[in-house]
Design a protein around this ligand. Structure first.
Ligand SMILES: Cc1ncc(COP(=O)(O)O)c(C=O)c1O
Length: 358
């Protein structure tokens, strides 16, 4: 017998799913089911249980049966009951975790985390974000905030991005060319799928580069060939290969070496894309950052119809937000929006709105 119980009054409705085997009687079956859920960790220490009345109603048992089962588990130490506070799971040692899962002896956390790619999320503008969230949630119509959105992304955000990217990165785009995604990870997956559908079989990627994105492209279909990196950025000997249908580059700061793509190579790769009809995917993951010089403008500004520009807040705000964008050549907008719609229907609503206001 299976039930989802909901009890505890309007202020605290409690859902509890239990499968009760009544072969040996209802009380015994309920006790076993609750014991198993607590031992297995499904009911955690401190978790509230439904009232006896509520659970009895959901299971179709007499209330006395549930009360007797709770009493038995209280006596065994699995549950605790306090007047006015209802019945809860007692603090018990958790289920045994295999030693290997602990990852060896504990070591002190490192003083500095120098792994590439992780921003200092302690600098997240929490106060501004909270203000924006409050403003969006209290001023916009509920349906606009919580309803189903445009698969391309909120127009307000796309409009703000078109202006922002033009001003800060030299990107030439308009709101109707922008698609909001849940990260570069999704952006490159969508693009790889669209390229594969269009018949692209070979994509070039910087080497060293990010293996995760290389695998995303491969899973979509195209083979990935390396573009070696030197002190001037990616090397382009492979552009002579007629099978090459796209290249993925990090021109502002090559990932992970940090070198910018030098002007001669920027011109060369744009000329190649114009002449061959191939696509440049520009991963501008940290283009907003400057270290010792003015930021290098986006490659997209040199060839807007041949570059799919990809931005993300993962470095400037934090990867947890899962908010990113594409500024696309006209012919890619429709297929990418279709792929995005197929992938997850529509982007997150109000979080992206907050970015605009923040
Ligand atoms: C090279 C590179 N591109 C893009 C990103 C951003 O990815 P996402 O927007 O999926 O977090 C990262 C993040 O680590 C990265 O290292």
């Amino acid at each position: 017998m299976s039930a989802v119980g909901e009890a505890g009054g309007a202020a605290a409705a409690i859902d509890l799913h239990v499968d009760v085997d009544t072969a040996e009687g209802r009380r015994v079956g309920l006790e076993r089911a609750l014991r198993a859920a607590i031992r297995g960790g499904r009911l955690a220490p401190g978790a509230p249980l439904p009232s006896t009345r509520g659970l009895a109603a959901d299971l179709g048992f007499a209330r006395g049966t549930v009360t007797a089962a709770y009493d038995q588990l209280v006596a065994e130490g699995f549950l605790i009951t306090r007047r006015g506070a209802g019945t809860r799971v007692a603090d018990m040692p958790g289920p045994a975790v295999p030693a290997a899962a602990h990852g060896g002896p504990e070591t002190a956390p490192p003083r500095f985390d120098l792994r590439p790619g992780l921003p200092d999320v302690s600098a997240f503008p929490t106060a501004a974000w909270l203000r924006s969230t409050r403003r969006v949630l209290t001023t916009a119509a509920p349906l606009a905030v919580h309803g189903v959105g445009d698969p391309q992304g909120r127009l307000e955000l796309r409009t703000a991005l078109a202006e922002h990217l033009g001003r800060t990165r030299g990107v030439l785009t308009t709101p109707d060319r922008i698609v909001i995604t849940s990260g570069f990870y999704q952006s490159i997956g969508l693009l790889a799928g669209v390229l594969a559908e269009a018949g692209v079989r070979v994509v070039g990627m910087e080497d060293p580069g990010h293996n995760v994105y290389r695998d995303v492209i491969r899973r979509a279909g195209p083979a990935v060939v390396p573009l070696p990196v030197d002190a001037e950025g990616a090397r382009f000997e492979r552009l002579a290969d007629p099978a090459l249908g796209a290249v993925v580059l990090t021109p502002a700061h090559q990932y992970p070496t940090g070198v910018p793509l030098r002007p001669g190579r920027r011109h060369r790769v744009c000329a190649w894309a114009r002449a061959s009809g191939a696509l440049i995917v520009e991963d501008d993951y940290d283009g907003e950052f400057r270290y010792d010089r003015q930021p290098v403008g986006a490659l997209q500004g040199m060839a807007p119809e041949h570059v799919a520009y990809c931005g993300s807040v993962s470095k400037t705000l934090g990867p947890g937000l899962r908010l990113a964008w594409l500024a696309l050549p006209a012919h890619l907008v429709e297929p990418v929006v279709r792929a995005k719609h197929r992938a997850d229907w529509h982007p997150r609503g109000w979080a992206s709105w907050c970015w605009r206001i923040c």
